[in-house]
Design a protein around this ligand. Sequence first.
Ligand code: NAD
Length: 483
Amino acid sequence: MQAQGMIVNGKMVNQSEGGKHIEVINPATEEVVGRVPVASEKEVDEAVQAAHRAFEKWANLSPFERARLLYKAASLVEERADQIGQILTAEEGKPLKEAISEVKGSAEVLRYFAEGGKRVFGEIIPLDKTYLQSVAIRQPLGVVVAITPWNYPVQLLAWKVAATLAAGCTVVAKPPSETPLSPLKFLECFLDAGFPEGVVNGVTGAGSVVGKGLILHPLARKVSFTGSTEAGKKVMEYCAQGVKRVTLELGGQCPLIVCADADLEKAVKSGVRRSFRNMGQVCNSINRIYVERSIYEAFVEQFVAETKQLRIGNGLVDPDVDLGPMVSLEALEKVREHIHDALQKGAKVLHGGQRPEGREYEKGYFFQPTVVVDVNHEMLIMKEETFGPAVGIMPFDDIPQVISWANGTRYGLAAYVYTSNLNKAQKICVGLECGNIGLNNVDVATIYAPYTGWKESGFGTDLGPEGIESYLEVKHIKIEFEK
Ligand code: NAD
């Protein structure tokens, strides 16, 4: 069993003042695989105080010096990718090769923002008198609280920590209770890379207590939150009390639109992958698919055939499986509820809908990838975030209709469009109300471009050149020269 400490002021804390622990469960076996302390008020306060004390010195280092340390941490993350990946699979369930690639990708994010920190520019603004000039500079804003979910526990933390540190801010991270081990192991790399004490901290415990405590701490200046829309609304309320800066990367209910002129095979293959990867526990998973009526039957037939090929299993035992278990019984119950709701309202399950059969699935939160047809927009599966391996498919007749259906939820995170007609593509992409669109592809989250939500999927940006802006304040300096 892995006993993992929190990181406060450059030291590992294995026992909190309250002495409580969270037990971490392997969702493939339901066995306890580790434990972390539950932070008390004392550790929450100490972590924010430490980050506050470390801030001035860190902010005043040159971005080149900060980059040097970020590169060192990136090398350690990469060296430890196999070890951290094993822990990630053991606590989250995704196949080992996906876990290792998540960790390696996180090292790359550190390098990307190390360079980004060197490119934080200001502006010189001409004024209406020749002896006057305005200068706008950008400065790090202080202590950042980074709160993250369990589905990509290392990667999503890396997005925030990398940009925070490169900008010159210090950080207190609050990893999720389901998967706290791998993100804390990731944060340990910063200690071992020689980051000054207090610059990187990580405390664990319930979001509603430890997360809330961090956000409300008077010395915390910004909250970068990734998680559900419901929790995001609470986070925004807490932030309002101190007029704190906040970035919210929240839930999604993402459509895939397949036009009759699309490359059908490609649309099917990538549609299956983006619907079921990580057991559909991805914010930008495909939740519903609209297929132009003339190719609807062919698409559904091929989609079901492709889904049947997916291999399910314990990703630690067989690293080559396509799908692992879901993260928890609660997550699995939500999928069952959405499928039940759809069936009650007249839908038909063409594949899946239950636990896979066989002795290897008797323990663990396994579920079959599920394809549902005869769906409508009254069904939860077509309007709420299932966050699991279930997708609804329905036909559409024209472009205005499908755009209005695609926009018909409270979410606006991502959408996917398959067409070979440039004019159709342009109309659909402009019409969709969401922050990210994959046109003839399903991989919208890339380190190098902004990632953001619209509507109740949040606001503010992770990644891309804009990612670092979230951690900077603008300061205007007006200069008067001799007349
Ligand atoms: P969650 O909202 O339950 O928890 C996310 C984090 O917030 C956890 O660390 C949790 O402890 C903390 N938290 C919960 N309530 C809190 C509160 N009141 N105050 C402060 N912190 C609180 O979400 P989850 O179940 O861990 O993750 C799944 C959700 O995350 C899905 O809705 C998914 O769409 C979303 N998500 C969004 C993105 C994105 O980039 N938009 C990426 C991944 C996941």
